[in-house]
Ligand binder design. Structure first.
Ligand code: ADP
Ligand code: MG
Length: 388
């Protein structure tokens, strides 16, 4: 979680973006719903140097090789890590932002493919570094949308807006309650009342079941199918984000039973995110923990996206002293759990959970105790006159 960057020389401008963990609100960010993530102290650092060869060159300390292109290059994605930063460059070019030739090096410690959003961290770090190089800026919402388009259109990954938004716009010490329909948001302090005595503990199950990417597409289709039926019945409803549990229930007979369960997860999850927000404002870790556990049950039973290892981690965690609640976080089928734990019991909690998981699955889980950190915009020292 430090940023010692000895492999990148001291010339060039470094800008960084964090990772993120979602406290609650899973698969609600592409149907106009609510999410409650926070930025965490892992980073991607993008170092940009002006290039005299008239080209754009990309490299990463996490992957071998480099990708180099002329400014007017229009080549398709190549299916490796470089598509993320190149996709961002393409979206900047589409906005007619003139980016002078550069060499961009990425360094990162956000765990890859673990649900802590290393991909959005790369996109946002690249975007701020290239904007800075071009002498341009974007608003927080525009920056997030641009990075999402890079991932949707160039990497061909149909992600929602949550990751890029929180990674760009987070404020230290706060979680960010985002309405993904209109991108309005509220910063909720992590230190109200008894919440100040708790810590967010992320446990990496170190498993990622290979069905994940295929199942993501299936889930999206199921949600769209159910959403279309609700909309036809209730014309005032825009999407699942403003569908009430009662409205969904009224359509039960018309919706395929599996699609109905997927939709029920999303609709009830939006209710739970609001509840979690209220618990944070009240500084009530018990209430927040309870709603996280309810969210896990819904993610597991209705959305069908948990796995044995993750269920074991959540079930074990919740029986340990000082744990208010926990849940699977991220896209599903493995990855990390997020837990709310009394600060003075964090050490015994992590030891006991690590040991139990090791004993049951023979896996050495990485455990991270995280405070909420600043997003990329708050780290970027740029003057408002540069805005365009
Ligand atoms: P997640 O976003 O949950 O970590 P993804 O599969 O969406 O998982 O994104 C992981 C991918 O993002 C990696 O396989 C790699 O292509 C890219 N990536 C992440 N971090 C870096 C990095 N430091 N340098 C280059 N590419 C990275
Ligand atoms: Mg990702």
């Amino acid at each position: 979680m430090a940023e010692p960057n000895s492999t990148i020389d001291e010339t060039g401008t470094k800008l960084s973006a964090p990772g993120r963990v979602n406290l609650i609100g899973e698969h609600t960010d592409y149907t106009g719903g609510l999410v409650l993530p926070m930025a965490i102290p892992f980073s991607t650092v993008a170092t940009v140097r002006a290039a005299s060869d008239g080209r754009y060159t990309f490299s990463s300390t996490s992957f071998p090789g480099e990708r180099s292109m002329k400014p007017d290059d229009q080549s398709e994605s190549v299916g490796d890590w470089s598509d993320y930063p190149v996709g961002v460059l393409r979206e900047l070019q589409k906005r007619d932002i003139e980016v002078p030739p550069f060499s961009l090096s990425l360094w990162g410690d956000v765990p890859l493919g673990s649900g802590l959003s290393s991909s959005a961290s790369v996109e946002v770090a690249t975007a701020v570094a290239l904007l800075n190089h071009a002498g341009a800026t974007l608003s927080g919402a525009e920056l997030a949308l641009l990075c999402q388009r890079a991932e949707n259109l160039y990497v061909h990954s149909p992600c929602g807006i949550m990751d890029q938004f929180v990674i760009a716009n987070a404020t230290a010490g706060h979680a960010l309650l985002l309405n993904t329909r209109d991108l309005s948001y509220e910063l909720l302090p992590m230190n109200r009342g008894a919440l100040a005595q708790t810590r967010v503990v992320i446990v990496n199950s170190e498993v990622k079941h290979s069905v994940a990417s295929g199942e993501y597409g299936v889930r999206r289709r199921e949600l769209e199918e159910g959403q279309a039926i609700v909309r036809a019945r209730f014309p005032q409803v825009k999407d699942l984000g403003d569908t009430t549990p009662e409205q969904l229930e009224a359509c039960r007979a018309e919706i395929d039973p599996v699609a109905f369960m997927r939709c029920r997860h999303v609709v009830t999850e939006n209710v739970r995110v609001r509840e979690a927000g209220r618990a944070m404002i009240a500084g009530d870790p018990d209430a927040l923990g309870r709603v996280m556990l309810a969210a896990h049950a819904s993610y597991r039973d209705d959305f069908g996206a948990s796995v044995e290892e993750v269920d074991f981690l959540v079930d074990t965690a919740v029986h340990l002293p000082g744990c208010h609640g926990g849940r699977l976080t991220g896209g599903g089928f493995g990855g990390c759990t997020v837990n709310l734990v009394e600060a003075h019991l964090v050490e015994t909690f992590t030891q006991a959970l690590h040991e139990a998981y090791q004993k049951r699955f023979g896996i050495d889980a990485a455990i991270y105790v995280c405070e909420a950190v600043d997003g990329a915009l708050a780290r970027w020292d740029h003057t408002p006159e540069e805005k365009r």
